[in-house]
Design a protein around this ligand. Sequence first.
Ligand SMILES: Cc1ncc(COP(=O)(O)O)c(C=O)c1O
Length: 388
Amino acid sequence: MAGLSTNAIHGHEHRDGMGSHIPPVYLSVVYEYIDYELKEAVFVDRGNYLRYGREENPTTRALERVVAKLEAVEDALAFNSGMAALSTTFICSLKPGDKIVLPMELYSSTFALLDNIAPKLGVKVEKVWPSAEAIVEAVDGSTSMVFLEVMTNPTNKIIDLDYLSKHLDLSRVALVVDNTFTTPVVLKPSRYRAKLVVHSMTKYFGGHNDAVGGVVAGYKRDTTAIWDWRRVLGGILQPFEAYMILRGVKTLEIRFERHSSNAKAVAEYLANHSRVEEVMYPGLQSSPYHGVAKKLFEKPLFGGVVSFKIRGSYQDVLSFMRRLKVVKRCPSLGGAESMAVIPVKAGAMFIDPEQRARLGISENMVRLSIGLENVEDIIEDVSRALNI
Ligand SMILES: Cc1ncc(COP(=O)(O)O)c(C=O)c1O
């Protein structure tokens, strides 16, 4: 089996009559029926005829083949955003009477989606403390799905997938993992018997903050039904974005290494700074999640997201943010540019304040997505912004 970067570069398996080794952007929406029995229409490798751009697109299909290989599963379906991938997956998989168990720390729009759609679908949502033990405890006879992000946002807790795979009856409960923060460079949830793996490809897969996309990967027995829902809900990834993400994903592994080494250096710098109250980064030896991250991750790389608390008030956080120059004040993560957000004014705004306090998300907290710049420049920027 080829390595991750080899698959990221060559896994598209695109062939055409020109010998092009880069899959082109196929803008055609329609593909000709050679005859109306469809006998000679082009068959894509998933088994569907290439007919119409809302169903299949050859550029998008090339990216899907890459993602399936990266996640070590049979198939992948690309969507026009991470949220389109998630909404289609939930609509396809949940039915009236089901219960879905989630950690209470999750990407805010996923909460917004489930909080709104679950009552319409007749589905119960139970949010629990972000730990494998709490999730196992909440799963009962009506639970059809456990959905989680292994690395929580913004406090970087790590949920023990290994424990979940050993303590849940995964023949009955679907384990669905959003692998956006961890990426297959260090974690392949299918190895822990996750049924489906979801990504916002807008983040590390694309990697350049210039394309929005999402994907669901899994075995064909599970992706076939989602393909049908994608067709009718209409969320397929468009070919130009597929091309951009195919280009970005080639460097996923080397970028993730650099994101991780830069982030570790920034986390270590912050951990020794007198104006910093706490640093949340599983790559730090002192992190309570270091052990479980080391157990789960294939390599000692812990990603680009570092959260920390400034000793002081919300006003001190605002002054820090205003003084940043290299690090940009932007949402999102996983791109080449280092970026900072104040969680209580971003995603965590939608978490109930009492739960937020329990989770350790406070007004003096900053979340950094460490980019690919020279680490000395990032540290100098953070240092200048911290040192009044
Ligand atoms: C963990 C996670 N999942 C899903 C999404 C949604 O992805 P998109 O913005 O591509 O719709 C995000 C976006 O920030 C995310 O952080």
